[in-house]
Design a protein around this ligand. Structure first.
Ligand SMILES: C[S@@+](CC[C@H](N)C(=O)[O-])C[C@H]1O[C@@H](n2cnc3c(N)ncnc32)[C@H](O)[C@@H]1O
Length: 282
């Protein structure tokens, strides 16, 4: 049976309350196509039975599974080549030069989905910044979806997934064939700490960060939540740190204390000078 308006609005509210996700009117088809399989998998006779259980089981694990089923997890290795080119040629050389005395580097890849993004960063560092193994490098990746985090921790990908963006030389050098899948080498996996973080909720303590990748996730939030998240990012970023957003995302008209880095069309930002000084002084 198709969703009624009341049922659709209930799911919209649930997604907003639990993950700040905005579901536009008219997306009933998306809810039906994502939640029918979940209802069956959870042993409910219909979508309506699943909704009934949600109403009686406020904030239970079923709510999380609904949020998880509704999130878009699209990702790939080296997604948006321009961003990784900028990372390799401008951003990392600058960070390395500024941090050479401390030999300490803190990176956060937020909303990492199934892990291809954080492993792309890790492999780029290994290939192009050979001195870094001697540094104290902290590479954190997070997502709201426990299922995605499990996949990311395993670092196991299908042929189709490794065909999307991963250079063949990286596949040969850093992956092992496991049956039908390719698994990224254990030493690369172990270098990443994976955390369950809802960007719209409280964040755990972080070290001050040199680099934040938060790509293709702000698009799912409303303006107020985007502003709230960017303000928190600003406080975490070191004075000379860098923030990468997705290609269709921007800080413009959300937070004017960030300024875009010119270079190759990637959505990369730094704090404005006044904000850098404040950060350096604190
Ligand atoms: C489209 S994927 C982007 C993956 C990767 N950053 C990239 O650009 O390829 C969006 C990810 O955001 C996560 N997400 C959605 N809402 C979130 C929230 N409130 N907090 C943290 N992660 C969230 C989803 O689980 C999903 O893995």
């Amino acid at each position: 049976m198709a969703l009624t308006t009341v049922e659709f609005d209930y799911i919209r509210r649930l997604l907003r309350e639990h993950a700040a996700l905005v579901l536009e009117p008219g997306k009933e088809y998306l809810v039906e196509s994502r939640l029918y399989p979940l209802a069956r998998q959870e042993g409910f006779r219909s979508l309506q039975h699943l909704l009934e259980a949600l109403r009686t089981d406020q904030r239970g694990p079923l709510h999380r599974r609904v949020v998880e089923a509704m999130t878009i997890n699209e990702t790939s290795f080296f997604r948006d080549a321009r961003a990784f080119e900028l990372l390799k040629t401008v951003v990392m050389p600058d960070i390395v030069a500024k941090r050479v005395a401390e030999r300490c580097l803190n990176i956060w890849c937020a909303a990492c989905s199934s892990g291809q993004e954080v492993y792309s960063i890790a492999l780029l560092l290994r290939e192009h910044f050979a001195g870094l193994p001697a540094w104290n490098t902290c590479l954190i990746a997070s997502d709201i979806s426990p299922g995605m985090l499990t996949r990311a921790r395993e670092g196991r990908y299908t042929q189709l997934e490794v065909n999307r963006g991963l250079p063949a030389s990286f596949l040969v050098k850093y992956f092992q064939k496991r049956g039908e899948h390719w698994q990224i080498r254990e030493d690369v996996r172990r270098a990443v700490e994976f955390l369950d973080i809802n960007l719209a909720g409280p964040w755990p303590p972080f070290p001050n960060l040199d680099l934040i990748f938060m790509r293709n996730v702000l698009i799912y939030f409303d303006v107020e939540v985007k502003k709230y998240i960017l303000a928190k990012v600003r406080r975490l970023l070191r004075p000379n740190g860098y923030l990468f957003l997705g290609g269709s995302e921007t800080t413009l008209s959300l937070d004017n204390l960030f300024e875009p880095i010119s270079g190759g069309g990637a959505a990369c930002y730094q704090l404005r000078d006044c904000e850098k000084k404040r950060g350096a002084a604190s």
